[in-house]
Design a protein around this ligand. Sequence first.
Ligand code: BGC
Length: 393
Amino acid sequence: MKKILALVLTLAMVLSLAACGAGAAPAESAAEAAGSAAASAAEEAAAPAADGAKTVGIAMPTKSLERWNRDGDYLKAQFEAAGYAVELKYSDNDTDQQNNDIQAMIADKVDLLIIAAIDGDSLSQTLADAKSAGIPVIAYDRLIMNTDAVSYYVSFDNYTVGVLQGEFVKNALDLDNAAGPFNIEFTAGDPADNNAGYFFNGAYDTLKPYIDEGKLVIPSGKTTFEQVATPSWSTDTALENMQNTLASYYSDGTVLDVALCSNDSTALGVAQAITSDYAGDNTPIVTGQDGDIANLRNIVDGIQTMTVYKNVSDEAGVTLDVAKAILEGKTPDGSLQLSAEAAYDTSSYDNGTGIIPSFLLVPWTVTKDDLQKLVDTGLYQWDSENKYLESVG
Ligand code: BGC
């Protein structure tokens, strides 16, 4: 059974990779095709959803960023293999559409909802309806704000993601010993995504002592999250913003040492701007997060320096653990047996209605020197020339 499922996952990833080429975001239809190939094959393999099987509704934000395609595929395959029926919807980064998609799943009487919100603040009314219908909600990866309908939050330790980026910079520049000063620019994420502030703060707080003492300088003067946020985590917007920063503050030969980017989709745009518009001879440090295939290529090519890797297959697995317990009438807590390492946290995430009990997985740093760590997860493999990584499943 496991073998068949592994084959199915491999097939789905091979299809979606073939569709999207080297690292570009998969085209909507190709990714859908891969998803449904996985779905129908997984149904055959796992023979789930016998009459009376419980149904889980999964709402993902968009297919345009690599990671959510992975999340959706992993969640669907893992829940189906565990005997659940799955309704999976992507909402094209459109909050109205996501509200409608979730309403449709409530109308379909799903037994539990798993939601990665597009805008954490826009789902209150819809989730009030879910609550009235007695449907428990797990906030997936991104916390959903201002609703008392969220039972649990499953994510990574988001603040630590930023800390890992900051620490990488601190070590790479040897900030405790080097004289400096070094120049740095920040690029943060989507203000509608509750995670984005955590990532930025984790990185900024780690580097703040060096900024305060003048060893790290921000020539653009853009020091706040609001000034460097990137709506929708858009690669194009990040590219444009970095081009503007380079034109305004670096065209006189000022050296850029670090471009601290909160994630891989923004790092892709920033690295492109540096490649095309930065005149200096040095190679600035560029950080990221996720381990998207295009960014792993850039890491091999020296265009991006590191990424903070989050194993979203494990995130799907922990979500299944929590969902299963809820659907069996249990109350998940720190004693729950988990399929991957995650901390049970009852203090960090207040969504405006109180603390949401959270299961937080562990992110880690990946550089060119330790890409093999990703191969060791079983989710990536070297390409035929042993140069770049590609997805396994
Ligand atoms: C996720 C990141 C991702 C970003 C853009 C965040 O909520 O935690 O992993 O890079 O959204 O999709």
